[in-house]
Design a protein around this ligand. Structure first.
Ligand SMILES: Cc1ncc(COP(=O)(O)OP(=O)(O)O)c(N)n1
Ligand SMILES: Cc1ncsc1CCOP(=O)(O)O
Ligand SMILES: [Mg+2]
Length: 212
């Protein structure tokens, strides 16, 4: 029987934060975008533990107020302390250890990169979503390994939400959605856009069913 996450994951934009060195500045960049997000991930690969905790706490409060599921990258301990979900990559510990920390109701997402085998293992271990990518060259993570579109289709029988990541913009995301991505995870395609709110809305609009 599948577990129900605390806040159900809707299809749409999975916004991921850039490496901002300031708590209030990051909050000011993210907060206006929350109405256009299905989900937010706090990711900061430059910050020390104190800044990460301060930024994650501020974002967790903002997400709670906006009704947006909140996920912490890499750090299940921090996620557990904030009542958040956690995203785990291949170097971020086991799903079982994270589950023991965050509890049964929290969302745990797993990076599956370019392999269906990893997705099968994540599904069997109780992941709440599986993430594939990078689908395009990424300035945020230039050395990310690349994935092919067919993976999104091939992962459908696993029955979990499929997340696509890596170099995604409102202009290149359509084929990912058509191939079955339930969420598109985006950093620079929103935050580096001339108008981040317009970019976020354009990503979210890709999931809207056109009126007939
Ligand atoms: C939604 C989503 N997908 C993939 C990743 C990448 O995770 P990981 O491989 O652990 O790399 P880092 O993000 O930790 O550099 C992600 N964070 N989110
Ligand atoms: C964390 C991560 N994993 C694969 S690509 C990537 C970075 C995503 O950022 P961007 O949307 O700017 O390419
Ligand atoms: Mg990681």
């Amino acid at each position: 029987m599948p577990r129900a996450p605390r806040l159900a994951l809707e299809r749409g934009l999975y916004l991921v934060t850039p490496d901002d060195p300031d708590r209030d500045a990051l909050l000011a960049r993210v907060q206006p975008l929350l109405p256009a997000c299905a989900c937010l991930q706090y990711r900061n690969k430059q910050a020390d533990a104190a800044l990460r905790r301060a930024q994650a706490t501020a974002l967790a409060d903002a997400c709670r107020a906006a009704g947006v599921p909140f996920i912490v990258n890499d750090d299940a301990r921090l996620a557990a302390d904030l009542g958040a979900g956690v995203h785990l990559g291949e170097h971020d510990g086991s799903l079982a250890a994270a589950r023991a920390l965050v509890g049964d109701d929290a969302i745990i997402g797993v990076s599956c990169y370019d392999t269906l085998d990893r997705a099968r293992q994540a599904a069997a271990a109780g992941a709440d979503y599986i993430a594939f990518g990078a689908f395009f060259p990424s300035t945020t993570k230039p050395n990310a390994r690349r994935a092919s579109l067919s993976l999104l289709r091939d992962a459908a029988p696993l029955g979990l939400p499929r997340v696509a990541i890596g170099g995604i913009t409102p202009d290149n995301a359509r084929p990912l959605v058509d191939a079955g991505a339930d969420l598109i995870a985006v950093v620079s395609g929103v935050f580096d856009a001339p108008d981040p709110l317009a970019a976020a809305r354009a990503c979210q609009a890709l999931f809207e069913i056109p009126e007939s």
